[in-house]
Design a protein around this ligand. Structure first.
Ligand SMILES: O=P(O)(O)OC[C@H]1O[C@@H](O)[C@H](O)[C@@H](O)[C@@H]1O
Length: 366
């Protein structure tokens, strides 16, 4: 089994945990909806959650199978019956890992930090036997993200950083993971078929077809706690950088910062976990003649993220077994918005495929 721990029992954790059970049962024998059924001999049903951390009184102390459906979680329920055996959610140190603006909206006013004393994260990781920690902290949780990264180093655990806090892409942190012989995959999850991958692919297409991009925007609205938290503009610094670089790295020519606007745009409570993205690209083609493209994408945000995380967990385990420390470059570039090294998605995909093929070969010879 691949033993994982989860920091942050929000909508993304809900979708992932439902997915683990969904793909472990008879519901999807053909594995439709997965990018990879098997990575290095590991299937989704081989993933076991051995520890979970949160701070919300409605989740802490409860079995994870119940906590994932506790408010304010609102992810689509596509697999309601989760197995009985499940860990209890531990109280994490508060730090800055608390979403903002919850007092302003009725659905969120019941939020309180649990009165339970916070656990020692590294000690819980060690005692649970976790091999990989997944960070689903709210945007802007700079101190909390570093706390979990340090706990991974202390406990000998691989780290997957789904949040837009720069750890894998910070050379100092990357070096510390490398020295410890522990893989790190980050930063900021790029969803399975979401705003970033679509905007990147289209930006690249313009360049490949000789069309100059003059201006572009990506506006996103949603109604989950992630979007609520992002109303706090001061928490958005890294997120804006991450999302913007993910796209501008794919634009063939230099483009002035003023001509690119990418970000979370508004919180619309009734949208719940439905994220709606509007992309506009204005360019000039043959004869300098203008053209423009508008696109609307509507997705369920959390399953869209889980479709990527389910690969990353298995890649982290494979890398850990191979003794690879530090950021694993190709999967970081393929699955994350702000990797240590940006690549185009075609290159990142083929290098990741090669990494998986090698892991498969090793699994077959064992
Ligand atoms: O759709 P994109 O642009 O790839 O971004 C997706 C992800 O971005 C992360 O920052 C969010 O916290 C996730 O919930 C989300 O799935």
């Amino acid at each position: 089994m691949i033993k994982i721990a989860i920091a942050g029992v929000g909508n993304c954790a809900s979708a992932l945990i439902q997915g683990l059970h969904y793909y472990g049962g008879d519901a999807a024998p053909d594995c439709a909806g997965l990018m990879h059924a098997d990575i290095g001999g590991w299937r989704p049903s081989d993933i076991d959650i051995v520890a979970a951390f949160d701070i919300d009184v409605r989740k802490v102390g409860r079995p994870l199978r119940e906590a994932v459906f506790a408010p304010p979680n609102c992810a689509l329920v596509f697999c309601p019956d989760l197995p009985r055996a499940s860990v209890k959610v531990s109280m994490a140190p508060l730090l800055d890992g608390v979403a903002e603006h919850m007092a302003d909206y009725p659905d969120h006013q019941a939020f309180r930090p649990s009165a339970e004393p916070p656990v020692d994260v590294a000690a819980v990781l060690k005692a649970s036997g976790a091999q990989v920690l997944l960070s689903y902290l709210p945007v802007g949780s700079e101190a909390a993200a570093r706390h979990y990264a340090q706990a991974c180093l202390d406990a000998g655990v691989a780290f997957i950083n789904c949040a837009p806090v720069f750890i894998a892409s910070d050379p100092a942190w990357a070096a510390r993971f490398k020295a410890a012989g522990l893989p790190i995959l980050g930063d900021d999850i790029k969803s399975q078929l979401g705003a970033t991958i679509v905007h990147r692919m289209l930006s690249r297409l313009f360049g490949e077809r000789g069309v100059v991009i003059d201006r572009t925007y990506q506006l996103n609205t949603g109604g989950n706690t992630d979007f609520l938290n992002m109303l706090a503009r001061e928490r958005l610094r890294s997120k804006k950088i991450s999302k913007t670089r993910a796209v501008t790295s794919q634009i063939a020519q230099d483009i002035a910062a003023d001509n690119v606007h990418i970000g979370p745009s508004d919180y619309v409570p009734w949208q719940k976990d439905n994220k709606i993205c509007f992309i506009r690209i204005e360019g000039r083609g043959f004869g300098d003649v203008p053209l423009e493209m508008d696109l609307k994408l509507s997705v369920q945000d959390s399953p869209n993220s889980a479709g990527v995380v389910i690969d990353l967990i298995r890649l982290a385990r494979v890398a850990r077994d191979q003794g690879l420390g530090g950021p694993i470059e190709a999967p970081c570039a393929y699955y994350m918005k702000h990797p240590p090294q940006q690549m185009n998605d075609e290159t990142a995909r083929s290098l990741t495929a090669e990494f998986i093929r090698q892991a498969q070969r090793q699994a077959e010879t064992v």
